[in-house]
Design a protein. Sequence first.
Length: 356
Amino acid sequence: AGGSSSPWGPRAAGGTARLPAGMAALIKRRVGSSHLSLQVHIKIAVPKGIKFVGHPGKHHLTRKKCVAPGDAKPTSVVLSFSKLGQNNITAKAFAYGGSSCCQEGLQFAKAGKHAEDFYLDRPAPVGVDYVRRSILVEPEGLTREYTYSVFFCPNEKIHISTPNKYEYQYVQKPSHMTHFSVAVKAHNNAHIALSSGPHDMAAMTEIVMGGHQNTRTWISTSKMGEPVASAETAGLLSWDEFRTFWISWTNGLIQVGHGPSVLNESIIVSWAAPRPPEVKYIGFSTGWGSAGEFKIWRKEEADENHNEAFTLGVPHNVIPGSEKATASVIGDVMGPTLNNLDNLLHLPFGCGEQNM
């Protein structure tokens, strides 16, 4: 950048450089003067994702130079890049006239000081220059791919897992349903709630199977309420296998029985409610030292759409912003295998089945 008594006009210059993420770059700028000694202040600005090495927390940095006539001086900063994509770096140069700045700077240097520290307040600049450079920051290293598969079958029963915590998980029942079968696997205390809302209600029917250390089954009219009907059922539940029961509330008659179908001869406990309960949601819970597994009605029988969520894991040393995922829906269990046969030709990370 050069200047005389007439001001420079603003100018923009552009260009693109490629740089791997995490690398540091040395950015150099050269300033020169043609006739007068100039005090030149260069202000370099960077966006988020770029840091000045040695100047934490700053997004702009100013360098000050005293440039003698016919001379040119370089200045530089070291930058560290952490954000992928296009990044713009700008540099503005402000030139201030003054024939004695270099001599003053020499005196300051002899005194052990820097001339850059003494020209903070100056009148309007005699020249201004402006430069912008664009840098494309890209990830480097090996690209690795991971495949996660989730199989969804409409004929499959909805599976609910409950921890060793007395807290209900509610599922909306199909609108036409007045009874259902449930397969249970638990040490003890398999709790089922018939509720009008998706949460605990003051008035709800609670069925406890295998309570009191897998010795009793009962029905109550509230959460942890007093039993209105109970029966001795030693060893009713098992942690080693699923055991199937049915629950019915048809016409206000609440019944619990063995097996997949409503049969009078398989009733375990029964209670006639004063009025038919309003059942819209079914809650499932365990506790008192037992976790549990419940399999209820099939997914295709549900009134609402069925959702399944899973998390895609990424390595701990992944470059932030370089992750991407694709999803495909295939109507055949062999589809993912056939789709990924070409991955066997890449660098393998496991046995054949995992790669496929």
